[in-house]
Write a protein that binds this ligand. Sequence first.
Ligand code: ZN
Ligand code: ZN
Length: 364
Amino acid sequence: MTSQPPLRRDRLRRALHKPAADAILVTNFTNVTYLSGFTGDDSFLLVRNDGELLISDPRYTTQLGEECPGVELLIRKPGVQMLQAVVKTLKSAKIRRLAIEGDSMTVALREKIAAELPKLDIVTTSGLVERLRRTKDRYEIEAMRQAARYAEKSFAAIRAALQPEQTEREVANELEHQMRRFGARGAAFPSIVATGPRAALPHATATDRTIGSSGFVLIDWGANGGLYCSDLTRVLVTGKISPKLERIYRVVLKAQLKAIAAIRPGVVAADVDRVARDVIGDAGFGRYFGHGLGHGLGLEVHEAPRLAVNQKTVLKPGMVVTVEPGIYLPGWGGVRIEDDVLVTRTGHEVLTAVPKQFEEVLVR
Ligand code: ZN
Ligand code: ZN
């Protein structure tokens, strides 16, 4: 990846002071990737105050050498279970107080380690690495820009070729194909292509309904550029313009633009959510906006921080969040507009550029 992982591990070491641990066993594979650059799975990373050890298996030896030069490796021999390797490592490193990731380590593994090492003090932590992942470094931001480009290009391609007789699923498959064709690893998540009433379901899956069966279609898609993700939503008007759709669209767009404008360092996440919620509430649709305004984005499509009611996270430069207000009327349909926004030192930068003014989403 880059030379950043060593700096990330140093940040993690500093975070180990609070649980007063000698080391942390990182068992969440995405966190292992973040801290080591290694993109495979089935591997744990032990980060000690004075070094680190990546415990993996022979399938990955070559890849490990390429992806994380400088990281000490323990390649398990055939027949050596992960548990045995972990226990041996903890013993030889003389770890007395071990932090574990409570959100990913299984209860079974924790109990086995405790049974093998009765004197080991195990302290359960939550979100230590995830908190570091909230603020992206410049390499990560570059990767996220790339993921945004893949999503934009694929959308432009399917939009130009959109036909009324295409089904939602065909369009979803075509989007994914186009992302890969432009060089993405693939889709960051299964694309939502939802016509008419189906757009009222915030997480609708694509069906056999045709694009022409309703006057509009909601498309929620994103690319996995290699490691990092993008996540967007647009509504395209494919039929006669209904005044109701236009009104709702303009309310959602206004809510989104106002919320984006509120993003800058020092602002509390819940307050950004509030800005959008007030616009939608003032227009009389408050009860039809049932989800949070947005979520962090990076190695995963949903990660910290969240923009939602009661979220007290203070925004900092380097955070990347989606801003995606929506109005969903059961039986009629829904409108959501979503972009990815980077918090900068002076304010914000919208990373995703796909036209969204009402006049720009009218298809033919
Ligand atoms: Zn989305
Ligand atoms: Zn999203």
